[in-house]
Unconditional design. Structure first.
Lengths: 319, 325
């Protein structure tokens, strides 16, 4: 069957990609000059014995190949090592960060997809009118704004109206579930809005150009000749075809955003993955970084897979 | 009795990027009666497609049109999009060029035909699907193929499906814009035969746009020859062939290779049609004409009746002694 075949093939391809990326990840960190031991034993009067002890402790006395196998084995068990910074398992740290990032990113992206698609379609349909001009100018404006600058502007604009940093109000003692949810949501508005506005610009431009291309197709002329109304033409003939490039681009951008809303999370002190990466870099927390890289890899590959599968669902020509 | 479809003094201008204007259709008047078949011929770029798009109100926003399109006596062009829409497909349907993407690639051919049937209230749901099956059978496609996507059919089959779709709402006029271009010769012949028999069976009026004269001779009873945005001669196909009253018509027929006489050399008409983004002075065909004389350089000939059901736009016809041809 055409469907099952494709899904299996794509999924296998995704898994292989992740494996390769993981391996490269491993090699990269070993290629860096010096080792954990040389760094740790840089104390005055470090004896040869201390070095050896450390080497053994970190498993660095084993061969590279052996280390690689151990790394893979531990990975399959979900062991990503221990953070230098807070001595918690990296997987625990990462999980917390991911759970914090996802809702914020999801909210922003949802906003961008809904508003961006709408404005993109309108701009394409009203081609050559002031509506298109205004939409494109606005979109370009937001698209070209530096993310952190837009974030700061929103902070200035909304100080006192909405919380501008962190994820919770620490002064709420034992809040009920609803109070807590409302608190987190209000903290989420600004970072989500920042992400949403930047993405909105990008998505509007993508949707507009995809729509323009589709509206010039012959089957749109046929649909008009059949007597369909403009909105029906967009809904039944144009959108589905225009979705093809849109789905790919949105899915690709999502892969990076999930793991890398670094600027936004830094500006708003949002304790997510981006923030964790930022802190790990500052603290030279290699295990944490390596874990974050792994997550980035997986999310990019995963969203690629999602794009492939959606594309397949939307376009009957793909076999 | 009023004519079924009558186009009167149609003009179309395109706004060009550089701010200029291109006068693509320059006063075309043409019509068809019930069951009549009109062949609209002319070189590439002479405005055939623009004419048929204009009469269905399908021009792009960069175009502006003037003139009248009378459908059984009522002007459907004047009221704009809203007055045209109900007539589309249920009165006038169109089949585009075979190579074109006239069918939506992500929807089954069946659903695209059902859509037209339901839109015009011909039938709904199950009945519409049953009708679609019958339509497909009538153009030689097994009804089960309704669930196929356009890319799963050959070019000829796609064109058959497009024809079935055009017939779905029982139009009175069928427009076919180069329906066989880009198809191989065998398939071309089949499609033409199909059009021929369908028009006969359904009592359709046909406007066939083509630059292929033998096709017109085979399928149509009337012909209209277009040059540089206007109709230069109009009449029965036989008359156009045997007694043309415009040098362009004569040369056009002469330039058509005749398979029956292989030894005959193929003549082409030297020169190229005039640019339509500049005003034309005199007869647009004069630079290429083999029998031009004084008035051709200064005054533009108008389409005039030269005989019963025969009109031409040539100054030669004003000289009683000398008819062209
Ligand atoms: N959208 C447009 N914008 C500007 N000019 C156009 C546009 N469409 C057509 N034209 C011009 O109008 C003229 C008539 O074009 P049209 O497509 O009607 O010719 P045609 O007789 O159908 O030719 P063909 O045999 O190549 O299909 C040409 O000069 C063409 O360049
Ligand atoms: Mg054409």
């Amino acid at each position: 069957m055409r469907g099952a075949d494709y899904v299996v093939k794509r999924t296998a391809f995704a898994l292989v990609t992740i494996f390769v990326a993981v391996s490269i990840n491993f090699v990269l960190f070993r290629l860096a000059p010096g080792s954990a031991v040389s760094n740790l034993s840089r104390v005055p009067h470090a004896t040869q014995e201390l070095r050896q002890a450390l080497k053994r402790q970190f498993g660095l006395d084993k061969s590279r190949g052996r280390q690689y196998l151990i790394y893979l084995e531990q990975l399959t068990r979900g062991n990503l090592g221990v953070s230098f910074e807070n001595e918690q398992p990296v997987s625990t740290n990462l999980k917390t960060a991911i759970l914090n990032t996802l809702p914020m990113v999801a909210l922003g992206t949802l906003f961008a997809i809904v508003v961006g698609t709408l404005t993109g379609v309108i701009a394409a349909w009203r081609r050559g009118t002031p509506i298109e001009g205004a939409t494109v100018t606005t979109a370009l404006g937001f698209y070209s704004m530096p993310t952190h600058w837009l974030g700061l502007m929103l902070v200035i604009l909304f100080t006192g109206i909405l919380p501008t940093g962190g994820m919770t109000n620490d002064f709420l003692i034992n809040p009920s579930f609803w109070t807590h949810a409302r608190d987190v949501l209000s903290h989420m508005v600004l970072p989500s809005l920042t992400l949403g506005l930047v993405l909105f610009g990008e998505y509007t431009l993508i949707v507009r150009s995809a729509m323009l291309e589709t509206l010039g197709e012959d089957y749109i002329l046929t649909a008009r000749a059949k007597g369909l109304r403009p909105w029906a033409i967009i809904r039944k003939h144009a959108l589905r075809n225009a979705m093809l490039p849109i789905v790919t681009l949105v899915a690709l951008s999502l892969g990076y955003i999930v793991a890398g809303a670094i600027l936004i999370e830094t500006v708003f002190s949002w304790p997510g993955v981006g923030r964790a990466v930022y802190d790990a870099v500052l603290n030279r927390d290699y295990p944490m970084l390596q874990g974050a890289f792994l997550f980035l890899t997986i999310s990019v590959v995963f969203f690629n897979l999602v794009a492939d599968l959606l594309y397949y669902k939307l376009d009957p020509r793909i076999t | 009795m009023t004519a079924l479809l009558q186009v009167e003094d149609l003009h179309v201008w395109f706004d060009l990027q550089d701010g200029g204007e291109l006068h693509a259709v320059q006063g075309v008047s043409v019509g068809v009666e019930r069951g009549e078949r009109l062949g609209l011929v002319g070189e590439s770029g002479c405005g055939k497609t623009t004419t048929v798009l204009a009469l269905m109100g399908l021009l792009p926003p960069s175009a502006s049109a003037s003139g009248r399109v009378l459908l059984e006596g009522t002007d459907v062009l004047a009221g704009g999009e809203a007055s045209m829409r109900p007539h589309r497909w249920s009165d006038v349907a169109i089949v585009f060029q075979g190579a074109m993407n006239a069918l939506n690639p992500v929807r089954t051919i069946g659903s695209q035909i059902v859509e037209a049937i339901e839109l015009h209230g011909e039938a709904g749901g199950k009945a519409a699907r049953a009708q679609t099956g019958e339509l497909l059978e009538s153009v030689g496609i097994p009804a089960a193929r309704a669930s196929r996507f356009p890319h799963e059919l050959s070019g000829g089959m796609r064109q058959r499906a497009a024809i079935a779709m055009a017939l779905s709402c029982h139009p009175k006029v069928l427009i076919a814009d180069e329906p066989t271009t880009a198809l191989d010769v065998m398939v071309q012949a089949q499609i033409l035969e199909l059009l021929d028999s369908l028009c006969r069976d359904f009592g359709l009026a046909l406007i066939l746009v083509t630059h292929d004269l033998p096709v017109v001779a085979q399928l149509c009873d009337h012909g209209a020859v277009m040059y540089a945005g206007e109709i230069v001669e109009r009449g029965l196909v036989d008359t156009l062939y045997h007694a043309p009253r415009h040098p362009y018509t004569r040369l056009l027929f002469a330039a058509t290779p005749d398979l029956g006489h292989e030894t005959e050399e193929i003549v082409s008409i030297p020169g190229a049609p005039p640019r339509l983004d500049q005003p034309l002075v005199g007869c647009p065909f004069r630079p290429r004409c083999d029998s031009a004389f004084e008035p051709c350089a200064t005054s533009r000939p108008l389409l005039r009746r030269v005989a019963d059901r025969h009109a031409a736009a040539c100054h030669l016809n004003d000289r009683p002694s000398q008819a062209p041809g």
